[in-house]
Write a protein that binds this ligand. Structure first.
Ligand code: PLP
Length: 374
């Protein structure tokens, strides 16, 4: 049977509608809150420029929607991790894009052609780039991850003094412990970063990501480059979160059942009921980014009441204890991340950080954007 392209489109639309109606799991992303977070960080860091880090598909929230929203909010500079991310972003915006990984022998032409600016992390990268276009220089000040070392900086400075090395459009370094305001490594990194100035007179500088912004104006330099805080994560660990929540994740209850004393729930029979309990099975699992390691302490919220996870987390399902919550039935929503349990809270249950949780939220989720017309 021949199927016309038009009817294929119709089928696709029908399938999508069916999916929406039957959606078992919904990740909503509040773009208004994202814009508000950007404005807040602009205020916190003024008069420095506030750029945005949108690597890893904007921390899992969707590169296009996030970039469009931030652009509208006034963001002029974006950072991604890799060439591929840079190329994807170049299709979305004409603004300045830096690529943290820098340049390789294979990718330097592609970077230049797409007007992407590499963050040059070593003398080798400086040589590879060979002044093909604007680029940032990354200096290591104590993180010992990426960046030009002190020894190489001296070599490079000699070159700059002789006028034969690029003038970077940005000088950056990265703090190792910005989320610990009392850690003296912050101050030592700050001092080292300040000391670069005499040789690299007029280039703008950037030291701070989300948490660094909250270490105070000394850490702001000419540009800050937050990621996590934009997406609602807490940049001030152990203190109240000054950011607005951006994501909300909910999943449907598929089935409710009663277990009696001594019965077990789930793989490995790790949850053994001490009495008659009501259990709800919910349509989310580790393939949806609900981390398996969180089983012992995680909880969801149903009708505003906390329900602890019972037993192991499966690929597509979790079981929770709803004993004492009235009127729960299949089809009801459970809040997985939202007003009662934040990204940071849920990450903690898995012994990890919200960054990992956000970037693990799977491609399975239907992402719903609210709060802005993009
Ligand atoms: C990821 C990253 C950032 C953003 O960090 P957040 O803590 O998410 O704000 C900034 N700079 C560099 C070099 C990064 O790798």
């Amino acid at each position: 049977m021949a199927v016309s392209p038009d009817s294929l489109t119709m089928i696709a639309i029908m399938m999508e509608t069916a999916l929406t109606k039957n959606s078992l799991c919904e990740l909503s992303i509040n773009l208004e809150a994202l814009a508000a977070n950007y404005h807040f960080l602009v205020e916190q860091s003024a008069p420095s420029e506030c750029a945005a880090v949108v690597k890893a598909n904007a921390y899992g929230l969707g590169l296009r929607a996030v970039t469009r929203t931030l652009e509208k909010a006034g963001c002029k500079t974006f950072f991604v991790a890799t060439l591929d991310e840079g190329l994807a972003l170049r299709n979305i915006t004409k603004k300045t894009i830096y690529v943290f990984a820098g340049v390789t022998e294979e990718n330097n032409l592609a970077l230049a052609e797409a007007s992407l600016r590499p963050v040059l992390n070593s003398i080798q990268q400086v040589e590879l780039w060979n002044s093909r276009g604007p680029a940032a220089l990354h200096f290591d000040t104590g993180m010992n991850r990426l960046g030009i070392s002190k020894k190489d900086f001296l070599k490079l400075s000699a070159g700059i003094a002789n006028g034969n090395v690029i003038k970077p459009t940005l000088i950056l370094s990265h703090l190792a412990c910005a989320d610990e305001p009392d850690n003296d490594l912050n101050f030592r990194q700050l001092k080292k970063f300040q000391a670069l100035r005499p040789t690299l007179q007029s280039s703008p500088r950037s030291l701070s990501a989300s948490s660094g912004i909250f270490l105070g104006p000394k850490y702001h330099f000419e540009m800050v480059r937050p990621g996590y805080a934009l997406y609602g994560g807490n940049p001030t660990k152990n203190r109240p979160n000054p950011m607005r929540a951006v994501i909300n994740l909910k999943a449907r209850i598929l089935q409710c059942r009663e277990v009696t004393r001594g019965e077990t729930v789930g793989y490995g029979a790790t949850f053994r009921s001490d009495k008659r309990r009501q259990i709800a099975t919910i349509a989310i699992g580790y393939a949806d980014g609900y981390l398996r390691a969180s089983a012992q302490t995680a909880y969801v919220s149903i009708k505003g009441v906390l329900a602890p996870v019972a037993g192991r987390i499966s690929m597509d399902l979790i079981s929770v204890d709803i004993t004492g919550i009235e009127g729960v039935k299949p089809g009801d929503w459970a809040e997985i991340i939202g007003s009662t349990i934040s990204v940071d809270d849920l990450a903690k249950c898995a012994g990890t950080i919200g960054y990992e949780l956000l970037t693990t939220l799977g491609p399975r989720h239907k992402r719903i954007y609210i709060g802005a017309n993009i």
